[in-house]
Design a protein around this ligand. Structure first.
Ligand SMILES: Nc1ncnc2c1ncn2[C@@H]1O[C@H](COP(=O)(O)OP(=O)(O)OP(=O)(O)O)[C@@H](O)[C@H]1O
Length: 255
C-alpha cells in the first residue's frame, strides 16, 4: 500500500504538484490520468523516490519515506519494479540477460538460481522461446513483456509503469494491460500506471486518479468515471467522440 499525504513539488517558480493526497492499495491497478503537463510524471517519479516532495509525505506500507534511514530506502528501492515508456531494454543484452539484470544487481542468487527465476517470469509473461534474442529482434509487444518480466523478477511489492502501452497497436495494448492487471492481482502488488490511454482506463482502471494543473481533480473507478458530472473529468475523458457515445449508451442503459 502507498499512502500519499498532501505532497507538493515546485521547480523554480513552477508549482507542479499542489497538495495531492491519495491511497494506492495492493492487488489493484491504480491509474494516473490527466492532460499533458498536469504533473503525472513528476507524481510517478515522486512515488519512485526520484523526486523529493517539498511538502507532504509518502508512506510505503505505513513507512514514512522521509523518516527512513539510507539502508531502509535502499531496501525499499529493491521492492520497486519499473516498466519504462518504450521498454528501455539494454540493446546489447539478450532477453534473458535483460531479465536477470536486476537479480545480478540486487540479489545474492547463484547464476543457475537467477536463470531459473528468469525462466519462470518469462514463462509468466508468455515469452518462452525468445530467451536468446536481442531486443531489436523481437516485436514491440514482446519487448513490453520482457520489460514486465524484468520489473517483476525481483518480486516487487510496488510496480510503476510509465505509459506501458505507448507505441503498441490497440489489440496488443489490451493484452499488455491485462497482463499487468493479472500480475498485480496474482502477486498482490501495488501497481501505479501513468497513462493517456482511455482503453486502459476502461479495461483496468480499478482506481483512477485524475490530475489537473497539479491538483487531484477527481478519483474513482472505471465504473464511476462514466457517472461523474465533474466537468474537468468529462472534458478530458469525453474529448473523444467515441467515448461520448459510450457514456451516452451507458447512461441510457441505466435509465
Ligand atoms: N525535472 C524537472 N525540472 C523542472 N521542471 C520539471 C521537471 N520535470 C517536470 N517539470 C515540469 O513539471 C510540469 C509537469 O510535467 P510532467 O512531465 O509531470 O507532465 P505530464 O502530465 O507527465 O505530461 P505528459 O503527459 O506530456 O508526459 C511541466 O511544466 C514540466 O515542465
Amino acid at each position: 500500500m502507498i499512502e500519499v499525504r498532501n505532497i507538493h513539488k515546485t521547480f523554480g517558480e513552477n508549482h507542479v504538484l499542489k497538495g495531492i493526497s491519495t491511497l494506492f492499495e495492493p492487488g489493484k491497478t491504480n491509474l494516473i490520468i490527466g492532460q499533458s503537463g498536469s504533473g503525472k510524471t513528476v507524481f510517478l517519479k515522486s512515488l519512485l523516490g526520484l523526486h523529493q516532495p517539498d511538502e507532504g509525505e509518502i508512506l510505503y506500507s505505513n513507512r514514512v519515506y522521509s523518516e527512513m534511514s539510507e539502508d531502509l530506502k535502499r531496501n525499499l528501492r529493491q521492492e520497486m519494479g519499473m516498466v519504462f515508456q518504450g521498454s528501455a531494454l539494454f540493446d546489447s543484452m539478450t532477453v534473458v540477460e535483460n531479465v536477470m539484470f536486476p537479480l545480478k544487481m540486487f540479489s545474492s542468487m547463484s547464476e543457475s538460481e537467477m536463470k531459473d527465476r528468469a525462466d519462470l517470469v518469462l514463462k509468466r509473461v508468455n515469452l518462452k522461446d525468445a530467451h536468446h534474442r536481442l531486443p531489436a529482434e523481437i516485436s514491440g509487444g514482446m519487448q513490453k513483456r520482457v520489460a514486465i518480466a524484468r520489473a517483476i523478477v525481483n518480486k516487487p511489492k510496488y510496480l510503476f509503469c510509465d505509459e506501458p502501452n505507448s507505441g503498441l497497436d490497440p489489440k496488443t495494448a489490451i493484452v499488455i494491460d491485462n497482463l499487468i492487471h493479472e500480475i498485480t492481482v496474482e502477486y498482490d502488488i501495488t501497481t501505479v500506471i501513468n497513462t493517456h490511454d482511455m482503453n486502459s482506463v476502461m479495461e483496468i482502471g480499478e482506481k483512477i486518479v485524475f490530475l489537473k494543473d497539479g491538483h487531484k481533480a477527481w478519483e474513482g473507478s472505471n465504473k464511476e468515471i462514466f457517472k461523474t458530472d465533474n466537468e474537468a473529468v468529462t472534458n478530458f475523458v469525453y474529448s473523444s467522440e467515441l467515448f461520448k457515445k459510450v457514456r451516452q449508451m451507458y447512461l441510457e442503459e441505466r435509465n
